[in-house]
Design a protein around this ligand. Structure first.
Ligand code: UDX
Length: 467
C-alpha cells in the first residue's frame, strides 16, 4: 500500500518507519524543513530506541522517503495518516488547530480517493469535524473526490515505541464504513491477525485512547497517594505494591510510586478528558483528583529536600542557599530525550526559588534542558562529575546507568552524602551501606528496622532516614 504520514514527531516518525517495515511505501511529510533536511541527511530529530536503524534500513530499501511538500506526499497515495501534535491549551482542552489545518491542506491538495486516518490523540467528534472540513474544502474546489476518515489511535510508549508498534497488544480502528475499517486494519495484517483488530465506531475509538491513558495515570496517582499514606503510617509502598499487584485483577504495572507522571501524553490527555467531560456536563471527578495528586506529588518531593536541610517544608526564600543539589536524570522517563512536562523541570525551578545551586546530568536530554532552562541549571558531563561536592543527590529519572552507578564512589565525592530517590530505584540497604542518608517515596522505618535487625546493623538505622 502507498501511505503518507503528516507530522514527523514521535508518533509520525515511528508510524511511518514501522509501516514501511511492514512493506508499505511510505512518505513522511513535515512542514518543518529543518527536520526534513536532518532526516534526508540520515540524521534523527528524536532519540527513540531502534528507530534510527529502522529508518535507515527502509530508506535504503526504497520504502521510506521524506518531503516537506504535501503534494509530493499525496501523489498516488491511498492512505494519509495525520500524526501532528494536539497540545494542551491553557484551559486543558486539546488544541486542534494543527490537525484541522493539516486536514484542510490535504483536502486542498488531494487529487484521488483517500482514506484519512486520524492517528493523533483527539477529542470525541474530531474525526467527524475533519470529515466536514474536508467535504467543505473539496466542495469549494469543485472537486468531488471520494474520501473517508478513520480513527486509529496509537498506544506507543516513548522508549519502546518501535516494539509497541511491531508487537501491539491491540490495534483499534474506528470507522463508520465497514470497508474503510477493513482497509485500515489490513495495513497491519503482517503483525495482527484480522480477528484481533478491534473495530468500532469513531467516537469509541477516540475515547478508547483517552480512557486508556487516563486509567494508567489513575493507577500512578493512586499508588502515589498510597505511598504518601505509607510515609505517614510507617508502611513500605514497595511491599504494598507487590501485595496488591500480584492479584491478577490489579496487576503490578503502572503502580511504581515516585515523583509522578510526566511526558507528552498523560498530563495532556488527563486534562483533555476532564475538559471533554465538562463540555458534555459529565464531570470526571476521579480524573480531577488524579491531576491534582500528580501536581502535588512533585511539590511534595522537593519539600523533602527542604525539610532535610531546614527542618521545615515551608522555608521562606533562600533557605537552600549555598547548597549544591545534584540531579540524576532530566527526561520524563528513561529511554527518551523528551522533557515535555518532565518532573525535573518543576524540581529545578523549585530548587532555584529556594536559592539552591542545581547541577544535573542526563544521558540524552541535556541539550533540550539547556535550551529551556538556560542558566538555571549547570549541566555535568557525566553522572559522577555531577555529584562532585554536592550536598544532596536527587534521582529523578531511573536510567539504568544511574541505578548501576557506583554509589560508594558517588557518596565519596559529595560534601554531604544524602540521596533523595524519587523513583524508588535504589535498594535502601545498598544506598545506606554506600554511606548515604537515604530518602525514598513511601518507604518507611519499618523496612529499615527490619533490614537492620536482619543484617545486625542496628547502628545504621540511626544514620538513616527512610521517609
Ligand atoms: C504513554 C502511554 O503508555 C502510551 O500507551 C501512549 O500512547 C502515550 O503515552 P509515554 O508517555 O511514552 O506513553 O510513557 P509511559 O511509559 O506510559 O510513562 C508515562 C509517565 O508515567 C512517565 O513519567 C513515567 O515515569 C510515569 N510512570 C509510569 C510512573 O510514575 N509510574 C509507573 O508505574 C509507570
Amino acid at each position: 500500500m502507498k501511505v503518507a504520514v503528516i507530522g514527523t514527531g514521535y508518533v509520525g516518525l515511528v508510524t511511518g518507519a514501522c509501516l514501511a517495515e511492514l512493506g508499505h511505501r511510505v512518505t513522511c511529510m513535515d512542514s518543518d524543513t529543518g527536520k526534513i533536511s536532518v532526516l534526508r541527511a540520515g540524521g534523527m530529530p528524536i532519540y527513540e530506541e531502534g528507530l534510527a536503524e529502522m529508518v535507515a534500513r527502509n530508506v535504503a530499501e526504497g520504502r521510506l522517503t521524506f518531503t516537506d511538500r504535501l503534494e509530493e506526499a499525496l501523489g498516488g497515495t491511498e492512505f494519509v495518516f495525520l500524526a501532528v501534535g494536539t497540545p494542551s491549551r491553557s484551559d486543558g482542552s486539546a488544541d486542534l488547530s494543527m490537525i484541522m489545518d493539516a486536514a484542510e491542506e490535504v483536502a486542498s491538495a488531494m487529487d484521488s480517493p483517500l482514506v484519512i486516518v486520524q492517528k493523533s490523540t483527539c477529542p470525541v467528534g474530531t474525526a467527524a469535524e475533519i470529515e466536514r472540513t474536508v467535504s467543505r474544502t473539496l466542495a469549494g474546489r469543485g472537486a468531488p473526490i471520494s474520501f473517508a476518515v478513520a480513527v486509529n489511535p496509537e498506544f506507543l510508549r516513548e522508549g519502546s515505541a518501535v516494539r509497541d508498534f511491531m508487537q501491539p497488544d491491540r490495534v483499534v480502528v474506528g470507522a463508520d464504513d465497514r470497508e474503510v475499517a477493513r482497509r485500515v486494519g489490513g495495513l497491519y495484517e503482517k503483525i495482527v491477525p484480522p480477528e484481533k483488530i478491534q473495530y468500532m465506531d469513531r467516537a469509541s475509538a477516540e475515547l478508547t485512547k483517552y480512557a486508556a491513558n487516563a486509567f494508567l495515570a489513575t493507577k500512578i496517582s493512586f499508588i502515589n497517594e498510597i505511598a504518601n499514606l505509607c510515609e505517614a503510617v510507617g508502611a513500605d509502598v514497595e511491599a504494598v505494591r507487590r501485595g496488591m499487584g500480584s492479584d491478577p485483577r490489579i496487576g503490578p504495572s503502572f503502580l511504581a510510586a515516585g515523583i509522578g507522571y510526566g511526558g507528552s501524553c498523560f498530563p495532556k490527555d488527563v486534562k483533555a478528558l476532564i475538559r471533554i467531560g465538562q463540555e458534555y456536563k459529565q464531570a470526571l471527578q476521579i480524573l480531577e483528583a488524579v491531576h491534582q495528586v500528580n501536581r502535588r506529588q512533585r511539590i511534595r518531593q522537593v519539600e523533602k529536600v527542604l525539610r532535610h536541610f531546614t527542618g521545615s517544608a515551608m522555608a521562606k526564600g533562600g533557605s537552600l542557599a549555598g547548597k549544591r543539589i545534584a540531579l540524576w536524570g532530566l527526561a520524563f522517563k528513561p529511554g527518551t530525550d523528551d522533557i515535555r512536562d518532565a518532573p525535573s523541570l518543576d524540581v529545578v525551578k523549585r530548587l532555584k526559588t529556594y536559592g539552591a545551586e542545581v547541577v544535573a546530568y542526563d544521558p540524552v536530554a541535556m541539550p533540550y534542558v539547556a535550551e529551556m532552562l538556560g542558566d538555571q541549571v549547570n549541566l555535568a558531563p557525566d553522572a559522577l562529575s555531577c555529584v562532585e561536592s554536592a550536598h544532596a543527590l536527587v534521582l529523578i529519572t531511573e536510567w539504568p546507568e544511574f541505578l548501576d552507578a557506583d554509589l560508594v564512589e558517588a557518596a565519596g565525592r559529595m560534601c554531604d552524602p544524602v540521596l533523595f530517590d524519587f523513583r524508588n530505584g535504589f535498594d535502601p540497604e545498598t544506598a545506606v551501606r554506600a554511606g548515604f542518608q537515604y530518602y525514598a517515596v513511601g518507604r518507611t522505618t519499618v523496612r529499615s528496622k527490619w533490614s537492620a535487625v536482619r543484617l545486625g546493623q542496628a547502628q545504621e538505622v540511626g544514620q538513616c532516614a527512610f521517609l
